[in-house]
Design a binder for this molecule. Structure first.
Ligand SMILES: C[S@@+](CC[C@H](N)C(=O)[O-])C[C@H]1O[C@@H](n2cnc3c(N)ncnc32)[C@H](O)[C@@H]1O
Length: 228
């Protein structure tokens, strides 16, 4: 756990700060990253005029991929960890595409991004590192912050359905702690998405990996005018 200037705790990218420089290599070698990330980008399907926010952007791999895919989309990366944001900025600078980075927590969107409505929110490998109440409040704030008909795309360790995947997921649980990770393993994410108001929280892909299965979820904010 790490404390920010405003005294809030968060789990760093790889569980411990001293491991952060190894994050990209660890994710690439253990999670079949190219498979799930390319599938996530496919579902986000960035379009000209989109304003896309990545909650817990980490070292910036996803924001860089999204911006490279569609230069006409505005892409914002948010993360509470200044060290990981520096790595993200360095990665984005290599492409010179212009990505905004903001330091902050996923439930601080109104305070950190005032007057910046977004139509797509993405988040990858973040919610398993957050306590259950934190998962719920990030999803609730994401729902409220999205424009009507806005869409949410999550890639994270989801329900671990087989004994093998539950066994593999123990590595992540050892690094990030049992309390925060276990609700994901029990399949809490789509339930929470529906609870905060998203319609049709769909699990569109499950990727088995050596550290547990990663699920991709897609959900939509209903246009208020369509709600009875
Ligand atoms: C495992 S890393 C994932 C990074 C990146 N999204 C990726 O796909 O590689 C988790 C990130 O979530 C950030 N994080 C932790 N708690 C958070 C919170 N409450 N709100 C937003 N980000 C958070 C961490 O600082 C870390 O960079």
């Amino acid at each position: 756990m790490t404390e920010t200037g405003d005294d809030r705790d968060y789990v760093p990218a790889l569980g411990q700060h001293w491991l952060t420089p190894l994050y990209d290599a660890a994710i690439a070698t253990t999670t079949r990253e190219s498979k799930w990330r390319s599938e996530l980008v496919f579902h986000v399907n960035p379009q000209p005029g989109d304003i896309i926010l990545d909650i817990g952007c980490g070292t910036g791999t996803l924001v860089t991929a999204l911006k490279s895919k569609e230069l006409g989309a505005e892409v914002i990366g948010l993360d509470p960890d200044p060290e990981v944001l520096d790595l993200a900025k360095a990665k984005a600078a290599k492409t010179d595409h212009g990505i905004d980075f903001v330091q902050g927590f996923g439930d601080e969107l109104v305070e950190k991004l005032p007057g910046r409505p977004v139509n797509k929110i993405v988040s990858s490998l973040v919610l398993h590192q957050v306590p259950l109440e934190g998962k719920r409040s990030i999803l609730r704030v994401a729902y409220e912050f999205l424009l009507p008909n806005g869409r949410l795309f999550i890639a994270d360790f989801g329900e671990q359905r087989t004994p093998l995947m539950r066994f593999c997921f123990r590595t992540v649980q050892w690094l990030d702690g049992y309390e925060y990770t276990q609700p994901n393993a029990e399949g809490c994410l789509p339930i929470l998405m529906n609870e905060v108001g998203f319609t049709e929280a769909l699990e569109v892909m499950v990727v088995p990996t050596m550290v547990g299965s990663i699920s991709i979820y897609v959900a939509q904010k209903q246009d208020e005018h369509e709600i009875d």
